[in-house]
Design a protein around this ligand. Structure first.
Ligand code: MG
Length: 377
């Protein structure tokens, strides 16, 4: 990075990734200038962040609650070409349009929002290519792959690791009886509720396969998932000649966030401790049990089908996760509900952004109806 401060906005600064990003920035204060912070419903925390980081603008759902910065819409923030990079850390489909707006304006993206690529990967990546915009992944697995790749044209396979979540050593029956608390007790990562439930069912890995396909333009049959309970190897790639390059580190989201917002530079930043192979001592690997975690296969199927299939997968899964968190269905039903919605979905190839949002809405309505029918039995 040259001596000028990198100008950065964070969409979703009050969420888990956004808060950790600000912890990174606090350590690298002389490297960054904050253009905008956005906080959805959490105006209280957002205002505290504004006081500390002094952004030019801020957005929250109720502008009256905002203090200390000028209000701007997500669209306005993503159209401000003063931004060198925008960290998209909002969760859900709300991230999609602002990300596209930023890409249209030639602003690089540090991407932590899964829906952007799962719902509209073809459109987003084509637009980024056209505008010469870098999309730097924040998700630890894709960040690992990004760090390993020198020349994508020589890469034969992506190997995505998965911790296996809290049900790795449990039975399918245990999963059926699982409480919300058990599903939220992830052994390795502290994250938002939705993604933590996705990690328990392994749908999170399924969504990551779809993201990896788009980010690295890799066919689905060249993306593999391996269970690695220690979460030390964050992912790996295999080159044409059989050489495997992996990225290792202690599990911490600060590191991939820092990598993405400072790329291509590296700083000590938030690093707390040096890596020790002997302290870690062993690394284990196994194949996923697709009987217990059929969501992964469902995601491969959606990805290979293409078009609106991944929109359907994402929307049905999210509604099912909400229903599980609401104690309306059991954990394993998240798969059954999503699978039923996928089976009845009429795939639209090459959907436009408007069509994607329409399909998303329609699938959500149908999913809720389906859950009500199944639960009232
Ligand atoms: Mg991940």
């Amino acid at each position: 990075m040259d001596t000028h401060k990198r100008k950065l906005s964070i969409l979703g600064s009050t969420g888990s990734i956004g808060r950790q990003a600000l912890e990174v920035i606090e350590k690298l204060q002389d490297k960054f200038e904050i253009i905008a912070l956005t906080g959805g419903d959490n105006a209280k925390l957002l205002n505290k962040q504004i006081e500390k980081f002094k952004p030019k603008y801020a957005y929250c759902s109720n502008p009256n609650e905002l203090s200390g910065a000028k209000y701007a819409s997500l669209d306005e923030i993503c159209s401000d070409r003063e931004n060198d990079i925008i960290l998209v850390a909002v969760s859900g489909k709300i991230g999609l349009r602002p990300t596209l707006k930023a890409i249209e304006n030639g602003i690089d993206i540090a991407l932590a929002n899964k829906e952007t690529l799962v719902m509209a990967g073809d459109i987003v990546m084509a637009k980024a290519k056209e505008k010469g915009v870098k999309i730097i992944p924040v998700d630890s697995e894709h960040c690992a792959i990004h760090q390993c790749i020198k020349d994508i044209s020589q890469v034969d396979k992506l190997i995505i690791t998965a911790s296996g979540g809290p049900f790795l050593r449990k039975t399918t029956e245990d999963m059926k009886r699982a409480t919300v608390e058990e599903a939220l007790a992830h052994p390795r990562w502290h994250m938002g509720k939705k993604i933590t439930v996705d990690s328990a069912t392994l749908m999170n890995k399924g969504l990551e396969i779809i993201e990896a396909h788009h980010l690295f333009n890799m066919p689905y049959d060249k993306i593999e998932v391996v269970i690695h309970p220690q979460s030390i190897i964050h992912s790996a790639i295999e080159y044409r000649d059989g050489s495997v390059i992996a990225q290792l580190g202690l599990p911490s989201m600060h590191i991939p966030i820092q990598y993405a917002i400072t790329y291509p530079e590296r700083y000590e930043g938030i690093k707390s401790k040096s890596f020790s192979f002997t302290e870690i001592a062993r690394l284990d690997f196994e194949e996923p049990d697709y009987g217990k975690f059929p969501t992964v296969k469902l995601a491969y199927h959606a990805g290979k089908t293409g078009g609106s299939a991944t929109v359907c997968l994402n929307a049905a899964n999210e509604e099912a996760v909400f229903a599980f968190l609401n104690n309306e269905i059991c954990l394993f039903d998240i798969y059954s509900v999503t699978e039923r919605m996928m089976a009845s979905h009429n795939v639209v190839q090459n959907p436009t952004i408007d069509e994607i949002f329409e399909i998303d809405k329609e699938v959500r309505t149908l999913t809720k109806e389906n859950i009500k029918r199944v639960c009232s039995k």
